[in-house]
Design a protein around this ligand. Structure first.
Ligand SMILES: NC(=O)c1ccc[n+]([C@@H]2O[C@H](COP(=O)([O-])OP(=O)(O)OC[C@H]3O[C@@H](n4cnc5c(N)ncnc54)[C@H](OP(=O)(O)O)[C@@H]3O)[C@@H](O)[C@H]2O)c1
Length: 237
Protein backbone atom coordinates (compact mmCIF):
# COMPACT_ATOMS: atom_id res chain seq x y z
CA UNK A 1 0.00 0.00 0.00
CA UNK A 2 1.24 3.49 -0.83
CA UNK A 3 2.05 5.85 2.07
CA UNK A 4 0.67 8.80 0.10
CA UNK A 5 -2.91 9.71 0.96
CA UNK A 6 -5.54 9.31 -1.74
CA UNK A 7 -8.49 11.60 -2.46
CA UNK A 8 -11.40 10.84 -4.78
CA UNK A 9 -12.94 13.95 -6.33
CA UNK A 10 -16.06 13.85 -8.50
CA UNK A 11 -16.60 16.42 -11.24
CA UNK A 12 -12.88 17.15 -11.18
CA UNK A 13 -12.64 18.38 -14.76
CA UNK A 14 -13.76 21.97 -14.11
CA UNK A 15 -14.93 24.48 -11.54
CA UNK A 16 -14.61 23.73 -7.83
CA UNK A 17 -13.64 20.10 -8.47
CA UNK A 18 -10.68 21.05 -10.67
CA UNK A 19 -9.47 23.69 -8.21
CA UNK A 20 -9.72 21.20 -5.33
CA UNK A 21 -7.84 18.56 -7.29
CA UNK A 22 -4.98 20.94 -8.05
CA UNK A 23 -4.83 22.18 -4.46
CA UNK A 24 -4.72 18.66 -2.94
CA UNK A 25 -2.17 17.53 -5.52
CA UNK A 26 0.09 20.45 -4.64
CA UNK A 27 -0.29 19.52 -0.96
CA UNK A 28 1.09 16.06 -1.73
CA UNK A 29 -2.05 13.98 -2.18
CA UNK A 30 -2.50 11.43 -4.93
CA UNK A 31 -5.82 11.68 -6.71
CA UNK A 32 -8.50 9.59 -8.30
CA UNK A 33 -10.51 11.94 -10.47
CA UNK A 34 -14.03 10.95 -11.49
CA UNK A 35 -15.42 12.58 -14.62
CA UNK A 36 -17.99 11.88 -17.28
CA UNK A 37 -15.27 12.28 -19.90
CA UNK A 38 -11.96 11.41 -18.21
CA UNK A 39 -9.07 13.56 -19.38
CA UNK A 40 -5.71 14.30 -17.82
CA UNK A 41 -5.97 17.75 -16.20
CA UNK A 42 -4.25 20.64 -17.96
CA UNK A 43 -2.84 21.93 -14.66
CA UNK A 44 -0.93 18.65 -14.16
CA UNK A 45 0.54 18.38 -17.64
CA UNK A 46 4.32 18.47 -17.62
CA UNK A 47 4.66 17.94 -13.86
CA UNK A 48 7.14 15.16 -13.13
CA UNK A 49 5.46 12.18 -11.46
CA UNK A 50 1.94 13.48 -12.05
CA UNK A 51 0.88 10.44 -14.06
CA UNK A 52 1.77 8.12 -11.19
CA UNK A 53 -0.18 10.26 -8.71
CA UNK A 54 -3.32 10.86 -10.77
CA UNK A 55 -5.82 8.14 -11.60
CA UNK A 56 -8.63 8.94 -14.02
CA UNK A 57 -11.99 7.23 -13.75
CA UNK A 58 -15.22 7.42 -15.71
CA UNK A 59 -17.92 8.60 -13.33
CA UNK A 60 -21.50 9.51 -14.09
CA UNK A 61 -23.61 10.33 -11.05
CA UNK A 62 -26.69 9.30 -13.02
CA UNK A 63 -25.41 5.72 -13.33
CA UNK A 64 -26.07 3.75 -10.11
CA UNK A 65 -23.13 1.40 -10.77
CA UNK A 66 -20.63 4.12 -11.51
CA UNK A 67 -19.58 4.80 -7.90
CA UNK A 68 -18.71 1.21 -7.03
CA UNK A 69 -16.78 0.73 -10.27
CA UNK A 70 -14.82 3.95 -9.62
CA UNK A 71 -14.03 3.11 -5.98
CA UNK A 72 -12.90 -0.39 -6.98
CA UNK A 73 -10.67 1.10 -9.68
CA UNK A 74 -9.10 3.55 -7.20
CA UNK A 75 -8.49 0.71 -4.72
CA UNK A 76 -6.93 -1.43 -7.45
CA UNK A 77 -4.59 1.44 -8.29
CA UNK A 78 -3.70 2.79 -4.80
CA UNK A 79 -5.11 0.28 -2.26
CA UNK A 80 -6.40 3.06 -0.02
CA UNK A 81 -8.92 5.92 0.05
CA UNK A 82 -8.41 8.67 2.63
CA UNK A 83 -10.82 11.35 1.46
CA UNK A 84 -13.85 11.72 -0.78
CA UNK A 85 -14.88 15.08 -2.19
CA UNK A 86 -18.38 14.60 -3.60
CA UNK A 87 -18.44 17.70 -5.75
CA UNK A 88 -20.27 16.88 -9.00
CA UNK A 89 -23.60 18.63 -9.08
CA UNK A 90 -26.18 20.32 -11.27
CA UNK A 91 -28.47 23.33 -11.02
CA UNK A 92 -31.88 23.56 -12.68
CA UNK A 93 -33.14 27.11 -12.10
CA UNK A 94 -36.85 26.43 -11.61
CA UNK A 95 -39.35 26.97 -8.85
CA UNK A 96 -40.76 23.93 -7.07
CA UNK A 97 -44.03 24.59 -8.89
CA UNK A 98 -42.77 24.81 -12.46
CA UNK A 99 -40.17 22.02 -12.32
CA UNK A 100 -41.18 18.75 -14.02
CA UNK A 101 -40.99 15.39 -12.25
CA UNK A 102 -38.13 14.12 -14.38
CA UNK A 103 -36.10 17.29 -13.74
CA UNK A 104 -36.66 17.08 -9.97
CA UNK A 105 -35.65 13.42 -10.06
CA UNK A 106 -32.50 14.39 -11.94
CA UNK A 107 -31.58 17.03 -9.34
CA UNK A 108 -32.00 14.52 -6.54
CA UNK A 109 -30.15 11.81 -8.47
CA UNK A 110 -27.05 13.89 -9.24
CA UNK A 111 -26.92 16.08 -6.10
CA UNK A 112 -27.99 13.57 -3.45
CA UNK A 113 -28.02 9.96 -4.61
CA UNK A 114 -24.70 10.33 -6.43
CA UNK A 115 -22.81 11.57 -3.33
CA UNK A 116 -24.57 9.01 -1.13
CA UNK A 117 -23.57 6.16 -3.44
CA UNK A 118 -20.00 7.45 -3.60
CA UNK A 119 -19.73 7.56 0.19
CA UNK A 120 -21.13 4.03 0.42
CA UNK A 121 -18.70 2.76 -2.22
CA UNK A 122 -15.71 4.30 -0.39
CA UNK A 123 -16.95 3.61 3.13
CA UNK A 124 -14.88 0.59 4.19
CA UNK A 125 -11.70 2.08 2.72
CA UNK A 126 -12.38 5.43 4.45
CA UNK A 127 -12.77 3.65 7.78
CA UNK A 128 -9.55 1.65 7.41
CA UNK A 129 -7.22 4.52 8.36
CA UNK A 130 -9.33 5.64 11.34
CA UNK A 131 -9.35 9.16 9.89
CA UNK A 132 -11.30 9.09 6.64
CA UNK A 133 -12.81 12.33 5.39
CA UNK A 134 -15.94 13.08 3.36
CA UNK A 135 -16.69 16.51 1.92
CA UNK A 136 -20.15 16.97 0.46
CA UNK A 137 -20.52 20.05 -1.73
CA UNK A 138 -23.72 21.45 -0.34
CA UNK A 139 -24.51 25.12 -0.89
CA UNK A 140 -25.89 28.11 0.93
CA UNK A 141 -28.94 27.01 -1.06
CA UNK A 142 -28.90 24.03 1.31
CA UNK A 143 -29.15 26.41 4.27
CA UNK A 144 -31.72 28.98 3.17
CA UNK A 145 -33.98 29.67 0.17
CA UNK A 146 -32.54 32.67 -1.67
CA UNK A 147 -35.23 32.97 -4.36
CA UNK A 148 -38.18 31.12 -5.86
CA UNK A 149 -36.08 30.27 -8.91
CA UNK A 150 -33.48 28.48 -6.81
CA UNK A 151 -36.19 26.51 -5.00
CA UNK A 152 -35.92 23.12 -6.65
CA UNK A 153 -32.11 23.19 -6.49
CA UNK A 154 -32.36 24.21 -2.84
CA UNK A 155 -34.50 21.19 -2.04
CA UNK A 156 -31.73 18.95 -3.40
CA UNK A 157 -29.02 20.88 -1.54
CA UNK A 158 -30.92 20.78 1.78
CA UNK A 159 -30.90 17.01 1.25
CA UNK A 160 -27.16 17.05 0.44
CA UNK A 161 -26.47 18.92 3.70
CA UNK A 162 -28.61 16.35 5.52
CA UNK A 163 -26.59 13.62 3.84
CA UNK A 164 -23.37 15.07 5.25
CA UNK A 165 -24.84 15.11 8.75
CA UNK A 166 -26.08 11.52 8.37
CA UNK A 167 -22.64 10.40 7.19
CA UNK A 168 -20.99 12.17 10.13
CA UNK A 169 -23.16 10.19 12.52
CA UNK A 170 -22.66 6.92 10.67
CA UNK A 171 -18.88 7.17 10.45
CA UNK A 172 -17.94 8.89 13.68
CA UNK A 173 -16.93 5.78 15.62
CA UNK A 174 -14.73 4.67 12.71
CA UNK A 175 -12.96 8.04 12.68
CA UNK A 176 -14.70 9.24 9.52
CA UNK A 177 -15.50 12.96 9.59
CA UNK A 178 -18.04 14.38 7.15
CA UNK A 179 -18.56 18.05 6.36
CA UNK A 180 -21.09 19.91 4.25
CA UNK A 181 -19.30 22.77 2.48
CA UNK A 182 -21.88 25.47 1.74
CA UNK A 183 -20.79 28.27 -0.57
CA UNK A 184 -22.77 31.10 -2.09
CA UNK A 185 -21.76 32.20 -5.59
CA UNK A 186 -18.44 30.67 -6.68
CA UNK A 187 -16.90 31.86 -9.95
CA UNK A 188 -17.53 28.77 -12.08
CA UNK A 189 -19.65 27.92 -15.12
CA UNK A 190 -22.59 27.14 -12.83
CA UNK A 191 -22.76 30.53 -11.17
CA UNK A 192 -21.87 32.48 -14.32
CA UNK A 193 -24.96 31.01 -15.99
CA UNK A 194 -27.18 32.21 -13.14
CA UNK A 195 -26.17 35.78 -12.41
CA UNK A 196 -24.71 38.91 -13.96
CA UNK A 197 -22.50 39.34 -10.90
CA UNK A 198 -18.87 39.77 -11.94
CA UNK A 199 -16.64 36.74 -11.44
CA UNK A 200 -14.32 38.90 -9.38
CA UNK A 201 -17.19 39.57 -6.97
CA UNK A 202 -17.77 35.84 -6.42
CA UNK A 203 -15.80 33.42 -4.25
CA UNK A 204 -12.75 32.18 -6.16
CA UNK A 205 -12.83 28.37 -6.58
CA UNK A 206 -9.19 28.36 -5.45
CA UNK A 207 -10.26 29.84 -2.11
CA UNK A 208 -12.94 27.19 -1.73
CA UNK A 209 -10.26 24.57 -2.48
CA UNK A 210 -8.18 26.03 0.38
CA UNK A 211 -11.17 25.63 2.70
CA UNK A 212 -11.69 22.02 1.59
CA UNK A 213 -8.02 21.19 2.13
CA UNK A 214 -8.17 22.71 5.63
CA UNK A 215 -11.30 20.72 6.51
CA UNK A 216 -9.73 17.47 5.32
CA UNK A 217 -6.57 18.13 7.30
CA UNK A 218 -8.30 18.90 10.62
CA UNK A 219 -7.85 16.18 13.23
CA UNK A 220 -10.66 13.85 14.31
CA UNK A 221 -11.15 16.01 17.39
CA UNK A 222 -12.04 19.07 15.26
CA UNK A 223 -15.09 17.62 13.50
CA UNK A 224 -16.74 20.33 11.41
CA UNK A 225 -20.32 19.55 10.45
CA UNK A 226 -20.87 22.49 8.11
CA UNK A 227 -18.73 25.25 6.67
CA UNK A 228 -20.44 28.24 5.06
CA UNK A 229 -18.66 30.66 2.71
CA UNK A 230 -20.21 33.73 1.13
CA UNK A 231 -19.13 36.49 -1.25
CA UNK A 232 -21.89 38.82 -0.10
CA UNK A 233 -23.64 39.91 3.08
CA UNK A 234 -26.80 38.08 4.08
CA UNK A 235 -28.62 38.06 7.40
CA UNK A 236 -27.11 34.84 8.72
CA UNK A 237 -24.37 33.96 6.24
N1 LIG B 1 -20.68 27.67 -8.38
C1 LIG B 1 -21.44 27.99 -7.35
O1 LIG B 1 -21.82 29.15 -7.19
C2 LIG B 1 -21.83 26.94 -6.36
C3 LIG B 1 -22.41 27.38 -5.16
C4 LIG B 1 -22.79 26.45 -4.22
C5 LIG B 1 -22.58 25.11 -4.44
N2 LIG B 1 -22.02 24.69 -5.62
C6 LIG B 1 -21.86 23.25 -5.81
O2 LIG B 1 -20.50 22.96 -6.03
C7 LIG B 1 -20.39 21.79 -6.85
C8 LIG B 1 -19.47 22.09 -8.02
O3 LIG B 1 -20.07 23.13 -8.76
P1 LIG B 1 -19.27 24.07 -9.78
O4 LIG B 1 -19.62 25.44 -9.42
O5 LIG B 1 -17.87 23.65 -9.88
O6 LIG B 1 -20.09 23.70 -11.10
P2 LIG B 1 -19.66 23.47 -12.63
O7 LIG B 1 -18.54 24.36 -12.99
O8 LIG B 1 -20.96 23.54 -13.37
O9 LIG B 1 -19.13 21.97 -12.61
C9 LIG B 1 -20.01 20.92 -12.30
C10 LIG B 1 -19.21 19.64 -12.28
O10 LIG B 1 -20.12 18.57 -11.99
C11 LIG B 1 -20.00 17.60 -13.02
N3 LIG B 1 -21.23 16.86 -13.25
C12 LIG B 1 -22.45 17.35 -13.57
N4 LIG B 1 -23.31 16.32 -13.77
C13 LIG B 1 -22.59 15.17 -13.58
C14 LIG B 1 -22.90 13.80 -13.65
N5 LIG B 1 -24.12 13.35 -14.00
N6 LIG B 1 -21.94 12.90 -13.38
C15 LIG B 1 -20.69 13.31 -13.06
N7 LIG B 1 -20.32 14.60 -13.00
C16 LIG B 1 -21.28 15.52 -13.26
C17 LIG B 1 -19.62 18.39 -14.25
O11 LIG B 1 -19.10 17.52 -15.24
P3 LIG B 1 -19.28 17.83 -16.84
O12 LIG B 1 -18.14 18.75 -17.21
O13 LIG B 1 -19.21 16.49 -17.46
O14 LIG B 1 -20.63 18.49 -17.00
C18 LIG B 1 -18.58 19.33 -13.65
O15 LIG B 1 -17.36 18.69 -13.47
C19 LIG B 1 -21.81 21.42 -7.24
O16 LIG B 1 -22.27 20.40 -6.39
C20 LIG B 1 -22.59 22.70 -7.01
O17 LIG B 1 -23.95 22.47 -6.78
C21 LIG B 1 -21.65 25.58 -6.57
Amino acid sequence: MTETRIALISGANRGIGAATAQRLFEAGWSLSLGMRNPAFPDWAKGIAGAEERIHLAPYDAADPESATIWAAGAMARFDRIDALVANAGIMIPKTVIEIEDDEMAQLLEINVQGPRRLAAACWDALGASGKGRVIILGSLSGKRIKSARSGAYSVSKFAAVGLAHALRHTGFEAGIRATAVCPGFVATDMAMALTDRAATAMTDPKDLARVIEMLIELPNEASTAEFCVNCQLEESF
